[in-house]
Design a protein around this ligand. Structure first.
Ligand code: NDP
Length: 286
């Protein structure tokens, strides 16, 4: 039997409706969320992403501004600039667009974003709150994965979850969010693959989440019958955008599967808007 397609578009739409309602309430109280994205130097693909981000904010009625910083800025100058944004009370959310120029310590700069303005959840304090089981502003993609899984109605208690990829903003926070619901989470990475153990783990997964960035790394016939598959990967293959999972074969085995594009992506964008509201509320003690 073919899987149900777990469309991110519908879930994103629902989140946006909630965001709209929250915005109305905030505006009645005189609170106007404003998001600032910091772009260091020029990067054509960042530019496309920032334009899309601006569009989705403005469609909601959230002010969005891109601040351009010179390519040859030093780490200290960039940190100082982040501090000026932290201290500007008209700004309620800050995004640091990656990549940064070579020689700048990304984590050090991210750790200087005010915790309450950190709408992407990249400040170590916000990542730490996930470990405590009390996520405040968590990374948008990690929250999107959790949202997609929850939408299936599955009970996570004791479920075999396999997370492929252990990045700081996807694999690790996703694992923490699911462990807190008492899922049994295995985290796979390059070491798992190089030991030839990736297939073994994937075959056991009742819930499989893949965030690697390698087209079709996960063979469709590894996917467990009746499982839930969340494919975070975005890869260009010829003129097509594909995920990390061999979708056509996997969909014949899974119970639910996210498409790429149209799965995790739209939910991630909607969560950024939701985080922007949460940040504005925290700053105004709402
Ligand atoms: P990173 O490159 O930061 O992390 C990739 C992870 O995959 C690392 O843990 C890496 O391990 C692991 N890995 C690499 N090769 C293998 C392998 N052969 N077998 C098992 N694990 C492997 O990527 P991100 O987490 O930032 O992103 C992952 C993918 O998700 C990308 O395609 C990205 O474009 C996409 N993405 C999509 C989003 C969306 O909204 N849909 C948002 C964010 C990301 P190691 O470090 O040990 O090499």
């Amino acid at each position: 039997m073919s899987a149900r397609i777990l469309s991110g578009k519908e879930i994103a739409e629902k989140i946006k409706q909630d965001v709209k309602k929250e915005l109305e309430i905030l505006k009645e109280k005189g609170i106007k969320p404003k998001l600032v994205a910091v772009q260091v130097g020029e990067n054509p693909s960042s530019r496309v992403y920032l334009n899309a981000q601006k569009k989705s904010c403005e469609a909601m009625g959230i002010e969005h501004e891109v601040k351009n910083v010179n390519q040859d800025t030093t780490e200290n100058e960039l940190i100082q600039f982040i501090h000026t944004l932290n201290n500007d009370s008209s700004i309620t959310g800050i995004i640091l667009q990656l990549p940064l120029p070579q020689g700048i310590d990304v984590r050090k700069v991210q750790s200087n974003i005010a915790v309450e303005k950190d709408v992407e959840g990249v400040n170590p304090a916000n990542l730490g709150w996930i470990v405590y089981g009390r996520p405040l502003l968590a990374p948008c993609t990690a929250l999107a994965v959790k949202e997609l899984i929850d939408s299936t109605g599955v009970d996570l208690y004791g479920k075999e979850v396999v997370m492929v990829g252990h990045s700081d903003i996807v694999g690790k926070p996703v694992s923490m969010l699911l462990v807190d619901k008492f899922a049994t989470v295995s985290i796979c990475h390059i070491g798992t693959s190089e030991k030839g153990m990736l297939e073994t783990h994937v075959r056991m997964a009742e819930i499989l989440i893949v965030a690697v960035g390698k087209a079709h790394l996960i063979k469709g016939d590894w996917v467990k019958e009746g499982s839930i598959v969340i494919d975070v990967g975005i890869n260009k293959l010829g003129d097509k955008i594909v995920g990390d999972v061999e979708f056509d074969i996997a969909k014949e085995r899974a119970w639910w599967i996210t498409p790429v594009p149209g799965g995790v992506g739209p939910v991630t964008t909607a969560i950024l808007l939701r985080n922007t509201i949460i940040a504005a509320k925290m700053l105004n003690r709402q």
